[in-house]
Design a protein around this ligand. Structure first.
Ligand SMILES: Nc1ncnc2c1ncn2[C@@H]1O[C@H](COP(=O)(O)OP(=O)(O)OP(=O)(O)O)[C@@H](O)[C@H]1O
Ligand SMILES: [Mg+2]
Length: 720
């Protein structure tokens, strides 16, 4: 989402920047105070001031006078208000198109007002194009306005390692073109020199066998060429798939979470397939067609200039039609792909949630809903195909007209004796070739659009900046376990903090219980500890080193986690346990399983440790899955252990046993344990209560009970 628009010149000059002052945010607003539409109106935030700019009007406020800024959503839009002391003032009104944009800006102002600067950024997609106002469908760039530089760079990059293969295909293309162009010449000779009165049968046979050899040559070369470029396409597609997959692994979780799985999946499957299809069906002919086309035109002009020019009149007409449709074509493909994403996402959702669907008896409803989606997709596809059918029809009609012209004027030339019958035949063959390729070229925009739409969607992912830290500066740390939260602030949407200004020092080896109502941010806190997200502001330090400066691999190898939602990969139980330490020996795995109280039930399974657990391990019970996850967490003997409701799905007996085991395990490890059942936290050294985005209480159990605050209330409620 754009937070820094390019301002029109007059507006930009209305902001009289002082020394060292910089514009951080500049966003448009589209509603005037009286509720009418506002044009050319911008709201800008600099290092020290905010500006409301409407035409020649300008209002300037010093940020140091602002105590708080708020973006308040209303019906159909929202307002940005600021507070000075006790007085609230409305600065701008905007439509709903800008709701989240102003939320980001308001947060930016608040940070500036607190005397700091930290760039508020947004990786949300724009819903409409800021240039043309059209809806953007699922990519960063508007298909209408984008400079199309993106797709070209992807294409060149992916083609680079295959220079040799490209050259091979290119050579075969030229061969195909030459053989195709030779054929009409031989046909002409056959008609003019042999097929006449007193013609010689043996020469005719020579010509015929020549024609046969040439035709066979054309077929062979074409087969080789298609084959080579199909292979090339498959390899390029496979490269891109790998690259996309690798990128998905590197992208921040927030990026992946903001997008639907079907959309991400389609880019790896559908979009790369379009590329290999394009290579196999289109690219292999591309240069051959241009080559033939050019020589075809030259030969026609040599044969009969007047006739050639007459025929060519139709070419610009066809070209004009093609060009005029180009943008429409690009848009309809984007639309089709977007719908395709919808369908895939829905499908995935329903398959993943099949148990819920079935137990509420909603099979029919879901099928109906899917039918609507699929119907819409079919509708769009149908419309696109209709468009192409019309397009093809126009092109074919014009081609037919061309042949009629040639036969009419060429025929009269033959009758007048200006042209031989063989030449007319040759000319007609060239004309048919010409039109065949004009037709092919006419379909080219469709293929190119399909390709560029796909490339653009792929580029959209590949071009995402992954904040790759300078490897040199990162450190491998032998973690002791001291964790410091230093004004840590984080929100999934950076304008809406879930945790704000968290400060705490946790000693090495301490066990911290985290308590709080549902949705207060306990899991979020440990998401930060796991480095799934980075703090928007402030730091989390491990042994005094900023977590961001520790090499990920080094950090994660010393971290053990059991998450609220246990996830098991498709594979054997061994695979799942040793996911955290691939080189673990069997005896280490069994030891971890024993500690996690999982060994007994695993041994009773038909295949023991080699039992295959399907996607999400559906064949195991919730408690069994959780115990496998615990074994996975403790296998590498981590320095920091994170337990998010780790024993929630266990019965009291099992929980007690695991508690005992964990007690032994957690000694010497810094442990964070989230629990709703407070009895599980009996051996916690200190307890952290999270409430209202902050740490509300923090201390030993005895201290917190004495305080008679939130923890005390929770505790007494559970004791009853
Ligand atoms: N990926 C996400 N994107 C956006 N918002 C999120 C995301 N995950 C959690 N939230 C929101 O952040 C807030 C804190 O969620 P969190 O999962 O940390 O709660 P919790 O304290 O662990 O709750 P519970 O006890 O129910 O597990 C909630 O309001 C939730 O809606
Ligand atoms: Mg949680």
């Amino acid at each position: 989402m754009i937070l820094r628009y390019t301002l029109p010149k007059e507006t930009e000059s209305a902001i009289d920047l002082k020394d060292g002052e910089k514009i951080y945010y500049a966003v448009p607003f589209d509603i005037a105070e009286d509720g009418t539409l506002a044009r050319d109106s911008f709201f800008a935030v600099t290092t020290s001031r905010v500006f409301v700019l409407r035409g020649n009007d300008k209002k300037v406020i010093d940020i140091k006078d602002i105590d708080e800024a708020k973006a308040e959503p209303g019906v159909g839009g929202g307002i940005l208000t600021i507070r000075k002391g006790n007085a609230w003032e409305v600065l701008v009104h905007y439509s709903s198109a800008h709701l989240s944009r102003y939320a980001y800006v308001a947060r930016g102002i608040n940070i500036l007002a607190s005397g700091r600067f930290e760039k508020v950024e947004s990786n949300e997609y724009e819903k409409t194009c800021p240039v043309c106002g059209r809806a953007i469908l699922g990519t960063k760039n508007c298909p209408h306005c984008s400079g199309q530089g993106g797709f070209l760079s992807v294409f060149l990059k992916m083609a680079k390692p295959y220079k040799k293969q490209f050259f091979g295909v290119f050579f075969l293309m030229i061969m195909a073109a030459v053989t195709t162009l030779l054929n009409p010449e031989i046909q002409k000779r056959l008609i003019n020199d042999v097929l006449k009165k007193n013609g010689d049968m043996s020469t005719a046979i020579v010509f015929l066998s020549l024609m046969f050899t040439l035709s066979a040559g054309i077929v062979i070369v074409n087969v080789l060429k298609s084959n080579a470029s199909a292979r090339l396409g498959a390899r390029i597609a496979s490269d891109l798939r790998t690259e996309l997959f690798e990128k998905y692994q590197k992208l921040p979780l927030s990026f992946i979470n903001d997008r639907r799985p079907g959309e991400l999946l389609n880019r790896i499957t559908h979009d790369t397939r379009f590329i290999s299809d394009f290579m196999a069906d289109v690219f292999c002919n591309l240069f051959a067609v241009f080559f033939i086309f050019i020589w075809d035109v030259i030969f026609m002009m040599i044969l009969n200039l007047k006739l050639a020019l007459l025929t060519f009149i139709l070419v610009p007409v066809v070209s004009a039609i093609m060009i005029s449709f180009r943008k429409t074509i690009s848009r309809i493909f984007h639309l089709q792909f977007k719908k395709d994403d919808d369908v895939s996402s829905d499908l995935q959702d329903v398959i993943a949630g099949m148990r819920v669907v079935k137990c509420y008896g909603k099979e029919k409803d879901e099928a109906d809903r899917f039918k609507v989606f699929a119907g819409e997709l079919a509708q769009i596809e149908k419309r696109n195909e209709r468009f192409w059918a019309m397009f093809d029809l126009i092109v074919s009609f014009l081609m037919g007209m061309g042949v009629v012209i040639v036969v009419f004027f060429g025929g009269s030339d033959v009758l007048k004796g200006d042209m031989s019958a063989g030449e007319l035949y040759q000319f007609i063959t060239y004309t048919l070739l010409l039109f065949q390729y004009v037709g092919w070229l006419g379909r080219l925009p469709r293929e190119i659009s399909r390709l560029t739409s796909s490339l653009e969607r792929i580029y959209d992912i590949l071009a995402q900046n992954v904040d790759e830290k300078d490897e040199e500066k990162l450190v491998d740390l032998d973690i002791k376990g001291e964790i410091t939260f230093d004004h840590a602030t984080f929100g999934y949407k950076s304008y809406q903090p879930v945790l704000e200004d968290i400060n705490a020092v946790i000693n090495p080896g301490e066990m911290i219980g985290i308590v709080g109502a549902s949705g207060t941010g306990k899991s979020t806190l440990i998401n930060l500890l796991m480095r799934l997200y980075e703090t928007d502001d402030g730091k989390i330090k491990v042994d005094g080193t900023d977590m961001k400066d520790i090499r990920r691999k080094s950090y994660h190898s010393q971290l053990g986690v059991v998450l609220q939602e246990t996830f098991l990969f498709s594979g054997t139980i061994i695979d799942n346990i040793k996911f955290s330490k691939p080189d673990a020996t069997i005896s280490e795995i069994i030891r971890a399983a024993k500690l996690a109280n999982a060994h007994d039930f695993i041994s009773k399974l038909p295949d023991g440790y080699n039992t295959y657990v399907g996607e999400k391990g559906y064949t195991l019970s919730g408690g069994e899955r959780q115990r496998i996850a615990i074994a996975r967490a403790i296998l590498p003997d981590p320095k920091i252990l994170i337990l998010d409701e780790a024993t929630a799905s266990l019965d009291t007996e099992n929980e007690f046993m695991i508690q005992k085991a964990l007690e032994r395990l957690t000694s010497g490890k810094t442990t964070f344990a989230i629990a709703h059942r407070l009895s599980t936290l009996n051996n916690a050294d200190r307890i952290m209560v999270i409430d209202g985005h902050r740490i509300a209480e923090f201390g030993t159990q005895a201290e917190l009970l004495e305080r008679k605050g939130i923890y005390y209330n929770l505790y007494t409620a559970q004791m009853q």
